[in-house]
Ligand binder design. Structure first.
Ligand SMILES: [Zn+2]
Length: 62
């Protein structure tokens, strides 16, 4: 399985070299904790992480 990248700016997961959420190229392979946000307006996790769009995110990016 190919390891995905996580965006250092918005923590979104990307399969390529460009973040699909914010178009940043500041991606890291060193991340941990996959979270899937389906409904950011109702998700406490999304609020605490400052996520406003649904998608797949890393909990920690280093
Ligand atoms: Zn991003």
């Amino acid at each position: 399985m190919v390891r995905e990248y996580a965006c250092r700016k918005c923590k979104s997961l990307a399969s390529g070299k460009l973040c699909p959420a914010c178009n940043s190229t500041d991606l890291s392979k060193d991340w941990a904790g996959l979270i899937i946000i389906l409904d950011p307006e109702k998700s406490e996790v999304a609020k605490s992480l400052g996520i406003s769009k649904s998608g797949r995110y890393a909990l920690r990016v280093s």
